[in-house]
Design a protein around this ligand. Structure first.
Ligand SMILES: [Zn+2]
Length: 64
C-alpha cells in the first residue's frame, strides 16, 4: 500500500498520506490547506512491506 510523503511548499509542513489511485491530485496540506504540496516516495513504506520476496518495482504511476 503506497504511503507517500509530502511536503507543503507554503508552510513546509511534512506529512504522510495513503494514496489510492486517483487521490493524488486532491492532497492538501493538513496544516494550511494548501494544495501546493510536492510528493516524495516514502522509502520506508516499501521496506516495511517487502517481506515476501517481491522486490517490488517502484510505483511508476504518475511519478516522473
Ligand atoms: Zn502547509
Amino acid at each position: 500500500m503506497p504511503i507517500y510523503e509530502y511536503q507543503c511548499e507554503k508552510c513546509e509542513n511534512q506529512f504522510e498520506k495513503l494514496i489510492f489511485a486517483t487521490d493524488d491530485d486532491q492532497v492538501v496540506c493538513p496544516k494550511c490547506n494548501s494544495k501546493q504540496v510536492k510528493r516524495q516516495l516514502s522509502s520506508t513504506s516499501f521496506l516495511n512491506s517487502s517481506g515476501i520476496g517481491t522486490c517490488a518495482a517502484p510505483a511508476s504511476s504518475g511519478f516522473s
